[in-house]
Design a protein around this ligand. Structure first.
Ligand code: C2E
Ligand code: MG
Ligand code: MG
Length: 671
């Protein structure tokens, strides 16, 4: 209803006793809002009528004055329809509660009935778990919301009892608590459970049950409040799904596996448990070549294939984009796990071989020592998978984690730490070179020294390059360490020349990683200038892996070095990727024939060794030949007969420190 001014409003209010709420503007013709408020206050019948003032934001004084005159609230202009509606609704609700309370004082029963019927929460009183329990259901009553939530009528609820409409998985805990309540052990309990509706659908409810003392009744009655929390549960479940699953594969993820392993550590003390890890780190290289979709598709195919290997005792997890774990229980023994891993390797190979990539498979058995250290367990699994990968090279290796592997890994870490220290240090810090003489068979004179690196560490003692160089290469520490080696070797060369041995060279071993570093040549030429040595007295030994890597690019770099006068040679020739057809095109001056061929001279019929052929072939390309690891006179004689140019080995001398090398040279020259 609306009124045109204050006087009109008062008249209408007096005529209509049902009006419960008035929204009052302050600025009105004839009679303003304050005057209306005062008139209402002075009328005993209308004193308690709720009024809401319409004010402007700059009328604070008026708002206070209005409230003092009995207004219940004020709403500031400009008005918004929805906000106005909501505010008015709140006042209507308050009004109703107020009225109900007043009624309660008059007729208690009626009001209770009203609340029971209209409550937005399901209420049941003494509704037993068992329908035959008539006594317990004596005070039985159920409100409409209870019927709505359960989807069942009062009559059918009574007939069934609550146990039969409770989800079987949730029943035990409810019955247990209910029994305690009935026995008087507890006064109340609250649980979340699932109810089954007549159509079979599930509704999640929050149930609060309290003991109810009813006068004149000796039995245990109770009141149950039921709230529908299905929506909240669904949201929780969606959230939990995302937390527990890998986004791309839909498999359970790492955090789920971690939880499971931790729980099982407590639960399954005597069961055999193990994890088998699959690491497909190389798969990422496909992404840069063919794109994300391609890799994802391949991973999905692989997951589908791996899932075929799951069973009641074997489940699969995706712990990272390209890493998977089988969690295995109740296997027979280590052999059983190895067999399984090999089956996995065979399955993976089908998918990975066409892509020319590999991976690593690792096994960690769970025992009392590692069961509770889940994070360490998964780390061990990863370490073992990396070992598997390293050993296999483009194949699918399997590696079993044991104490030996743990010790190897720890030593590797220690060595890497030492190398980091050396690389960061300004001084040489334990890094030093030994020099092994090379004998020219044609002249009978020492023509060169090969620089062989050593590392002394306070913690680890003396380390062999065969052990620390591969680690330095893998960690890319060979770059800073290689620079130190080159400087030391060139300083020795300078010392040789200053001591009068101008025709003697120094041969330095260089890793492929150093060679392809774009600063390598520049740095090298800089040191040559700084130390002031002749590039023609410097040899670089590169391993055969140049044949496997980016041949053209490497050959260009070798060309630059060759033209600058350096003597490049291929080390360990004949062991790996060597290829005579490529050797012909390579910008090198010499071939260093691997020790294994030299060893062969001792064992086999000299006519059957290929050394003579290698030497003959190398000479065709105008390459000098060097035989390494010569230990015996017989080898020397044979090599001489084949026309080998230079030899190196214990027969001539072991690697020597700088001073010993100079002494050796002086003695050799004056023989
Ligand atoms: P390599 O370049 O083929 O060096 C020859 C290895 O054989 C050296 O081992 C040497 O001490 C050993 N040797 C020499 N004559 C004989 C012999 O008559 N009998 C036997 N049994 N062994 C002999 P070392 O010093 O342990 O070096 C191992 C490998 O480490 C080297 O093989 C080389 O590949 C690498 N290396 C050494 N120093 C460096 C370096 O400064 N940089 C790089 N990148 N690699 C290096
Ligand atoms: Mg060498
Ligand atoms: Mg060698």
């Amino acid at each position: 209803m609306t009124a045109v001014d204050g006087a009109d409003a008062l008249r209408q209010i007096r005529e209509q006793p049902d009006i419960g709420l008035v929204v009052l503007d302050l600025n009105m013709p004839n009679m303003d809002g304050f005057q209306v408020l005062e008139a209402l206050r002075n009328d005993a019948r209308l004193r308690r009528l709720r009024t809401i003032l319409l004010t402007s934001s700059d009328e604070m004084e008026n708002e206070i004055r209005g409230l003092q005159l009995g207004a219940a609230d004020y709403i500031r202009k400009p008005l918004q329809r929805d906000a106005l509606r909501a505010r008015i609704k709140t006042h209507v609700d308050l009004l109703q509660i107020q009225q109900a309370l007043e009624q309660k004082l008059q007729t208690q029963g009626q009001t209770y009935e009203l609340i029971f019927e209209q409550a937005p929460i399901g209420i049941a009183i003494s509704f037993g778990s068992d329908p035959s329990d008539a006594e317990k259901n004596a005070y039985y009553s159920i409100n409409p919301m209870f019927e709505q939530i359960t989807g069942r009528s009062k009559a059918s609820l009574l007939e069934l009892g609550w146990a039969r409409i409770t989800h079987p998985d949730d029943l035990a805990q409810d019955l247990e608590q209910y029994a305690k309540l009935q026995a008087g052990e507890i006064d109340a309990y609250s649980i979340e459970k699932r109810l089954i509706r007549p159509d079979g659908s599930i509704v999640w409810v929050q149930l609060s049950v309290s003991a109810l003392k009813i006068a004149n009744s000796h039995q245990q009655n109770h009141i149950a409040l039921l709230q529908d929390i299905t929506q909240r549960k669904e949201m929780e479940q969606a959230l939990r799904y995302n937390n527990d699953h890998d986004r791309w594969t839909g498999l359970y993820n790492r955090s789920f596996l971690e939880r499971l392993l931790a729980e099982d550590a407590d639960r399954t003390l005597h069961e055999k448990r193990a994890v088998v890890g699959i690491n497909l780190v190389e798969i990422q290289s496909l992404t840069s070549r063919y794109g994300f979709q391609y890799t994802q598709k391949l991973i999905k195919k692989i997951v589908a294939a791996l899932l075929d290997h799951c069973s009641g005792t074997r489940s699969l997890f995706c712990t990272y984009e390209n890493r998977f774990v089988f969690y295995i229980k109740n296997y027979t023994d280590k052999q059983d796990l190895i067999r399984f891993s090999q089956e996995i390797a065979a399955t993976l190979k089908e998918h990975l071989a066409p892509e020319r990539i590999g991976g690593g498979i690792s096994i960690v058995e769970i025992n009392q020592d590692n069961a509770y250290a889940v994070e360490q367990l998964l780390k061990d699994l990863l370490i073992a998978s990396e070992y598997a990968m390293r050993d296999a090279e483009h194949e699918l290796g399997v590696c079993y984690y044991d104490d030996q592997l743990a010790a190897n890994f720890a030593r590797r870490q220690d060595i890497e730490d030492e190398l980091i220290r050396v690389a960061a240090s300004k001084a040489d810090d334990g890094l030093y070179l030994h020099y092994q003489p090379v004998l020219d068979l044609k002249t009978g004179r020492i023509c060169a020294f090969e620089a062989l690196t050593r590392l002394h560490s306070d913690m680890l003692g003396n380390l062999s390059p065969a052990e620390f160089i591969p680690i330095a290469e893998e960690a890319k520490l060979i770059l800073p360490i290689g620079r130190k080696i080159v400087s030391q070797a060139l300083c020795f060369l300078k010392r040789l020349h200053e001591s009068g041995f101008e025709s003697v060279s120094v041969l330095i071993n260089i890793s492929i990683i150093q060679l392809i570093d774009h600063e390598f040549s520049r740095n090298l030429f800089q040191v040559i200038r700084d130390v002031r040595v002749n590039p023609e007295s410097i040899g670089l030994e590169i391993t055969e892996s140049v044949f496997a890597a980016d041949f053209d690019r490497i050959n260009r770099i070798l060309g630059v070095l060759d033209r600058a006068g350096l003597h490049v040679s291929i080390d360990d020739f004949g062991t790996g990727y060597s290829s005579f057809s490529r050797e012909q095109d390579l910008n090198i001056k010499s071939l260093k024939i691997d020790k294994s061929f030299v060893d062969g001279i001792m064992q086999t019929d000299p006519d059957k060794t290929v050394i003579a052929d290698i030497i003959a072939m190398a000479h065709k390309f105008d390459h000098i030949t060097i035989a390494e690891g010569v230990e015996h006179e017989k080898q020397l004689r044979y090599l001489k007969a084949c026309g080998c140019d230079w030899i190196q080995g214990y027969l001539v001398s072991r690697p020597l420190d700088e001073n010993a090398a100079l002494d050796f040279l002086a003695r050799f020259e004056t023989r």
